[in-house]
Design a protein around this ligand. Structure first.
Ligand code: NAP
Length: 246
């Protein structure tokens, strides 16, 4: 059994940092052709200048429907798309009574509506090719929640609902879709939302006694995207060091 992505094209959103960047790096090392996204034009230009011919970065703001529409049209240039990782996500914290309508709308747009629109478009291409592997990056907050995470949980519970529903439509075409739910991972998003004291206190509560590294999440994503996965679909896989079982 080997992990080999030669001849496979995989799209990863939010691949300029954090979890998405690590998944893209690992897939690239395994031979995948990569379609990657980020939001900052200068950074995208720099990354494209350094990227191998098999990798192309696109500037896509998932808050902007026109930006996503343009990107979806650009995808038509690819002969096939074998894998999709809906990874890009945002999190703005507030207690339920203080949630700003704009934050609610933005989080729904980036974390749920954009993944739906990408899945709708890309799954049609996968049906044509009778093959596909999709990973939706949710969170432990797709199963449990915590104060000030009502909006985030609403989007991530919804994302897994999309996975479950779509798995029923797609499995007959050898298109397998799963949710991957990380626990606490050391990324920019985590450093923004948790103080060093909170990180230390939460680490002590995780059975594995540490936060995840991005590689801990990527290795599971790579499996789900690979041909080693032939029969797993519609599931929510928690990569959380045991946290949701405590
Ligand atoms: N970190 C954690 O502990 C943790 C835990 C559970 C789940 N997750 C989930 O894992 C995923 C990745 O998280 P992360 O921690 O790796 O995030 P991150 O370090 O904050 O990186 C976010 C990525 O998404 C992109 N992005 C942000 N806003 C966007 C927008 N409006 N349109 C398009 N792309 C946008 C960013 O692009 P730019 O670089 O251009 O801004 C970046 O590539 C998210 O879905 C998150 O909810 C994270």
């Amino acid at each position: 059994m080997t992990l080999d992505f030669k001849g496979k094209t995989v799209l990863v959103t939010g691949a300029t940092r954090g979890i998405g960047q690590r998944i893209a790096d690992d897939l690239g090392r395994l031979g995948a052709r990569l379609i990657l996204t980020g939001t900052k034009p200068e950074q995208i230009a720099e990354l494209n200048a350094r990227a191998p011919a098999s990798t192309r970065y696109y500037c896509v703001d998932l808050l902007d429907r026109d930006s996503l529409d343009t990107f979806l049209r650009e995808l038509d240039a690819y002969e096939r798309i074998d894998g999709l990782v809906n990874n890009a996500g945002i999190n703005r914290l507030n207690s339920v009574g203080d949630i700003l309508e704009g934050d609610w709308d933005d989080m729904l747009e980036v974390n749920l509506t954009a993944p739906f629109r990408l899945l709708k478009h890309v799954s049609r291409r996968m049906v044509e090719g009778q093959y596909g592997r999709v990973v939706q990056i949710a969170s432990i907050f797709s199963k449990v929640s915590k104060e000030r995470r009502a909006t985030y949980s609403a989007t991530k519970f919804g994302l897994h609902g999309l996975t479950v529903g779509a798995s029923n439509d797609l499995a007959r075409y050898n298109i397998l879709i799963n949710t991957l739910s990380p626990g606490f991972v050391m990324t920019d998003l985590t450093r923004k939302n948790l103080s060093p004291e909170e990180i230390s206190a939460l680490s002590a509560q995780v059975p594995a006694k540490r936060f995840a590294e991005t590689g801990d999440i990527s290795s599971v994503a790579v499996f789900l995207l690979s041909d080693l996965n032939q029969y797993l679909t519609g599931q929510n896989i928690f990569v959380d060091g045991g946290f949701t079982n405590v």
